[in-house]
Design a protein around this ligand. Structure first.
Ligand code: GRG
Length: 284
């Protein structure tokens, strides 16, 4: 599974280059952005790079899209940790941004990462060479990170934290809060490489199944064995641990079927099978 480490290292290095300013005028905000954005598993960026590669586009051309989705991921985590949201003091193994830099700077670091995502794509060589691809990528990222996607899901998630939710509502929350950004990552890889509509659809199906499996497994990992203290909006609380494990495997099987279709169309999908294995291993 070395491609996961190689891709992550390349994304880390591109993020470090991107989130940098020669001028000391921006020292504090750049420090806060780097503090939060240089870390994490980079799964979304890896999906962008690998889908683009599968459809024939090299990493140099696609990296700004991977950087963009990881900027959005970092912003969402900073904002999610704020006292007015999930109120978490630890993120990615260290004090959350607002603990290290104060609430106002954390809010602004999130804002700056959000806006910089679109700067990174629009100034890329891909945008110069294939402006229509960059516009499609900007469109899908801004749409699925916004009120019809991740932000909308966060609003529903905050509501759900206060009351019991049914399976249907929880499914919608996961679709918006988590699956939407994963879908944007995959589709940006497709658009960056100029993949046709049929391939985009196959990739999107994989993204959807991968995203649901990812979120259910995240809820399983968060579960400490006590249903009483388990968060109301956890898949394990709503469906029970056994069903959570079973459903995660159903999504993973469906994602594997989506990959089979892609390989029947002549594409090399082994890295995506390995990504699914990575999810299964996290669950065990
Ligand atoms: C504040 C607009 C806004 C949205 C927040 C991302 C998010 C939405 C909330 C974070 C809490 C959470 C558990 C979200 C579900 C998605 C998820 C598991 C995010 C963490 O993704 P990982 O594990 O994180 O890929 P790294 O650190 O590896 O990037």
């Amino acid at each position: 599974m070395s491609f996961l480490i190689d891709d992550k290292n390349l994304i880390d290095s591109a993020m470090s280059t991107e989130l940098f300013s020669e001028s000391s005028d921006y020292k504090l905000i750049v420090e806060a952005m780097r503090y939060s954005a240089l870390g994490g598993k980079r799964l979304r960026g890896i999906l962008t790079l690998e889908f683009a590669k599968m459809f024939g586009c090299d990493f140099d051309e696609t990296m700004p899209y991977a950087v963009a989705v990881e900027c959005i991921q970092a912003y969402s985590l900073i904002h999610d940790d704020l006292p007015c949201m999930d109120d978490d003091d630890i993120r990615r193994g260290k004090p959350s941004c607002h603990i290290a830099f104060g609430e106002a700077n954390a809010l602004l670091a999130g804002d700056a990462l959000l806006t910089h995502a679109f700067c990174a794509i629009s100034k890329s060589s891909s945008a110069k060479n294939h402006p229509e691809r960059a516009i499609k990528a900007i469109n899908v990222l801004s749409d699925l990170a916004g009120f019809r996607g991740m932000v909308g899901g966060q609003v529903l998630d905050l509501e759900a934290a206060e009351k019991e939710v049914d399976g249907k509502t929880l499914g919608l929350i996961h679709k918006l809060k988590t699956v939407a950004l994963i879908k944007a990552a995959v589709l940006m890889g497709c658009f960056a490489s100029g993949a046709d509509e049929k391939l985009c659809e196959l990739a999107e199906n994989y993204a959807e199944n991968f995203g649901f499996a990812f979120q259910i497994i995240d809820d399983i990992l968060d579960f400490d064995g006590n249903y009483e203290t388990c968060e109301l909006n956890s898949y394990v609380k709503v469906h029970g641990l056994e069903k959570a494990r079973k459903d995660a495997m159903v999504y993973i099987d469906s994602a594997n079927k989506n990959l089979l279709e892609l390989s029947e169309n002549g594409f090399e999908t082994s890295n995506f099978n390995e990504l699914l294995d990575f999810l299964i291993k996290r669950m065990k």
